[in-house]
Design a binder for this molecule. Structure first.
Ligand code: APR
Ligand code: PHB
Length: 402
């Protein structure tokens, strides 16, 4: 078999985790190669969530990747939760002393790609990794196919940034890997449209017909979601049916001024909570969606991908600069702690806002839960500090990153 190349860190996947890791490691003089199964156009066309925590923004700053986010992104000082016929606002500045930044993940991916291109980072698109070996040997090998040829990338470490459906997690022996999973009996139908956002701030709505979220990409582009059945398909939801249903669920004052229009993109995503442990096996590290999935309520997916990546970059930097292996040894434990916290918040926010079953008792419990959390100092502080994001711990120093 032909040995294609050797690098220090082989990165599988060019989503936000892979592209950001490539940039952070290159900045520190560490050699990387990125292998991505899809085309660049496909990766950059995927529509994903759009809320960045302050910590994620700071990591992007440190990567030199925040220029467009700082000009085009919009700081939101509050977030709104509607239930039981009323709207409660969580003042993020007051309760967590920071805003969130509304900026599309699709744009983050484009910004990172442009930087990596300037850095001359080797990113191979349309290259499928089939497996990883040598994880407990002297060097790891990523096996992949490029233009019909079978090749290998030999590396010190492999970063599994290949998402939930990737191959890297499967390379961890079955007797080592533990997984924890919860699937929710509903999905989100999302519609992107060239319409004015329903409200200046995001509104998460608990309604008896089901959850709804009014989000946005800019002053003229909206991203709205409604809870639908898992077996619904986009074909069954015309644009008109979507807007009618959204209008029924959102608070009356929002419905009255809702601007509707044709969808630019429409898709249904299932909701899932998933965590793999450990996030490190020998020379392999799982980063972002390859190690964990959160339901989108709270928009933690990208933010966890960024915090994992920042932690791993710091750990690898200490290893290559000083031969200090403490960070890489602590990566899994330190990253998982934050992942479980974000998982808890995303799970709580999902369970409190979605139509779960027909039990009237459970519906009353949701209302009293939201009433308590939005109506007390302790509750508002809890929502706010989780929504803006918990600190990112450096596995090397134990201090906050970046
Ligand atoms: N070989 C090469 N590339 C692969 C392979 C493979 N065998 N399997 C998957 N990939 C690629 C996918 O095509 C995808 O581009 O890995 C990439 C993984 O990217 P993401 O799924 O975006 O995962 P990540 O970078 O961790 O970002 C997590 O994305 O899904 C959202 O909500 C999630 O916001 C979070 C973020
Ligand atoms: C989005 O804008 O797409 C979005 C915002 C907040 C979420 C999820 C998605 O919680």
């Amino acid at each position: 078999m032909k040995i294609a190349a050797r690098t220090q860190v082989g990165i599988i996947g060019a989503g936000p985790s892979g592209l950001l890791l490539a940039r952070l490691l290159t900045q520190r003089g560490i050699d990387v190669v990125v292998l991505e199964r899809r085309s660049r156009d496909y990766v950059e066309g995927r529509i994903r969530a759009g809320v960045l925590e302050q910590g994620s923004a700071a990591v992007l700053d440190s990567a030199g990747a925040a220029e467009r986010m700082r000009t085009d992104g919009v700081e939101h000082d509050g977030v709104q939760i509607a239930f039981d016929g009323r709207i409660e606002r969580i003042d993020l500045q007051r309760y967590a002393r920071m805003p969130v930044i509304v900026y599309g993940q699709t744009e983050v991916t484009k910004d990172l790609y442009q930087l990596n291109r300037l850095d001359d980072i080797s990113i191979h698109y349309e290259v499928q990794a089939s497996g990883v070996t040598g994880l407990d040997e002297g060097a790891a090998r990523i096996h992949y196919q490029e233009a019909g040829r079978k090749l290998e990338l030999v590396c010190d470490f492999v970063a599994g940034c290949d998402g939930y459906h990737g191959v890297s997690r499967q390379s961890i022996p079955a007797d080592v890997l533990r997984t924890y999973e919860k699937t929710y009996p509903f999905g989100w139908l999302g519609v992107l449209s060239n319409t004015r956002p329903a409200s200046p701030e995001l509104i998460y709505t608990n309604h008896e017909r089901g959850f709804a979220l009014c989000s946005q990409r800019s002053a003229t582009v909206s991203r709205n979601y409604i809870q639908v059945a898992t077996d619904d398909s986009v074909e069954t939801w015309s644009d008109t049916a979507f807007w009618d249903e959204l209008r029924r669920r959102v608070p009356a004052e929002v419905a009255d001024t809702l601007q509707t229009g044709p969808s630019i993109e429409k898709s249904i995503a299932p909701l899932r909570s998933f965590i793999a442990e450990p996030l490190r096996y020998g020379r392999l590290f799982l980063v972002g969606d390859s190690g964990h999935i959160v339901p989108p309520t709270g928009a933690k997916g990208l933010n966890l991908a960024v915090s994992d990546t920042a932690m791993l970059a710091s750990a690898l930097k200490a290893y290559y600069a000083d031969g200090d292996a403490q960070g890489i040894d602590r990566y899994s434990t330190v990253a998982l702690k934050r992942v479980w916290q974000a998982q808890r918040f995303s799970w709580w926010f999902t369970m409190a806002t979605h139509r779960l079953a027909d039990s009237v008792f459970d519906q009353r419990m949701q209302i009293v839960d939201l009433d308590y959390f939005t109506g007390t100092e302790a509750g508002r502080t809890s929502i706010a500090e989780n929504y803006v994001g918990l600190p990112i711990e450096d596995p090397v120093t134990g201090h906050s990153l970046p």
